[in-house]
Design a protein around this ligand. Structure first.
Ligand SMILES: C[S@@+](CC[C@H](N)C(=O)[O-])C[C@H]1O[C@@H](n2cnc3c(N)ncnc32)[C@H](O)[C@@H]1O
Length: 183
């Protein structure tokens, strides 16, 4: 699972708790990867400030979960490096290439969010979800782009390939469709 935009770790903690409930020992819970630069990065569309106070709170909240990994960087840098990142898991080098859930709650600037969607959509497994928070910001621009992409839909590249979109309150939920290979 991947979350962009972590603040004090509230939503990541929820994911980690659910995973801990579902995956009981000796099963290993999936990783929860979070990305947030903190450092009072200017927040587009609001005067919110996310700094070391939030970073400290996040570390305290999530410290007891060894399946949590934080990358202290903005999504642009994370996405630029994603192809080159890997983790050592049980002695095996594993690329960071597939996510069952991607939760986008960092910047809400439409261009930033759209870049995240375009880059991460191919990494979501068929049947997996990409949830985008606060898509009502900026006049609903991200929502409009998602609807247009889904309407183009039907496989192929770009952000619209094989996805179903629905809007639920402030969030947009994108499900990557399962491809029937007919085998
Ligand atoms: C709305 S808060 C996230 C709330 C969190 N998901 C929760 O439910 O507790 C937004 C967070 O996104 C981070 N952020 C802002 N711009 C970002 C970017 N370009 N990439 C990644 N994170 C970003 C901020 O530092 C802030 O912590």
């Amino acid at each position: 699972m991947l979350e962009i935009g972590t603040r004090s770790g509230g939503s990541a903690l929820l994911m980690l708790r659910v995973l801990a409930d579902v995956y009981r020992r000796p099963a290993r819970p999936p990783l929860v990867i979070t990305v947030d630069p903190y450092g009072s990065r200017p927040y587009e569309g609001a005067s919110f400030r996310y700094d070391e106070t939030h970073y400290g709170a996040m570390k305290r909240a999530l410290a007891r979960y060894p399946n949590h990994i934080h990358y202290m960087m903005d999504s642009a840098l994370f996405l630029r490096e994603l192809d080159r990142l890997y983790l050592w898991i049980e002695g095996v080098e594993r690329p960071l290439e597939r996510f069952t859930l991607v939760y986008l709650d960092g910047s809400h600037d439409p261009d930033v969010v759209w870049h995240e969607i375009e880059q991460l959509r191919p990494c979501v497994v068929p049947g997996g979800f990409l949830i985008v928070d606060d898509t009502d910001w900026f006049g609903g621009e991200v929502r409009r782009r998602l609807d247009a992409a889904a309407a183009r839909g039907g496989g192929g590249g770009g952000a619209g390939g094989g996805l179903a979109v629905r809007h639920n309150g402030k969030q947009s939920i994108v499900q990557l469709q399962v491809i029937d290979l007919g085998t």
